[in-house]
Ligand binder design. Structure first.
Ligand code: URA
Length: 183
């Protein structure tokens, strides 16, 4: 499947009810040849309006971390486990993830990143391990297949929980260190 074919099939997707309730599909954004990919959970309100991941309050804070560690948003690729917003920003249901994850897999196959960073628990449970504990395991790196992977706190938590911000910065600094080493 080509990138364009994949995008078209997402745009017309009715594999779960979120295809009917979303405003815009949030396919993903950034560099299609990225070596580093970030994967969040699901679009929120602002993302649903604009069709771009991580543009709301959490996204703006995430941008600050990217800037702080010297990673340009346009050099990486940013996507979510779900491409459509769950109503009232509830957690994605397992059955929604089951059908949507195929699109993400295809994106990963086409982009061929070397590093994948999960933004939050839902993404880490899907991509790293079903029993992933974000408080205990964030910032730890594993090799899974051909990918170097880690998870950091979800940016949506950070506006509300300042106590996690130093840990987030440390984790993001390590992301940047590995990324610069690999580039
Ligand atoms: N915005 C996104 O696009 N994804 C998240 O997981 C959170 C906020």
């Amino acid at each position: 499947m080509t990138w364009e074919e994949l995008k078209l099939s997402c745009e017309s997707c009715k594999r779960c009810p979120l295809g009917d309730t979303r405003t815009k599909l949030v396919f993903g954004t950034g560099n299609r040849d990225a070596k580093l990919m970030f994967v969040g959970e699901a679009p929120g309100g602002e993302e649903d309006k604009t069709g771009i991941p991580f543009v709301g309050a959490a996204g703006k804070l995430f941008d600050k971390y990217l800037e702080a560690v010297g990673i340009g948003r346009d050099e990486v690729y940013i996507a979510n486990i779900l491409k459509c917003r769950p109503p009232k920003n509830r957690d994605p249901l397992p059955e929604e993830q089951d059908v949507c994850i195929d699109y993400l897999r295809e994106q990963v196959r086409l982009i061929k990143p070397k590093m994948i960073v999960c933004l939050g628990r839902i993404s880490a449970m899907r991509l790293i391990s079903p029993d992933y504990r974000i408080t205990r395991e964030h910032g730890k790196w594993i090799k899974k297949g051909q990918y170097d992977m880690t998870a950091v706190y979800p940016p949506s938590l950070l506006p509300r929980d300042e106590s996690r911000r130093d840990e987030m910065l440390a984790d993001m600094m390590e992301v940047a260190r590995r990324y610069n080493e690999m580039k």
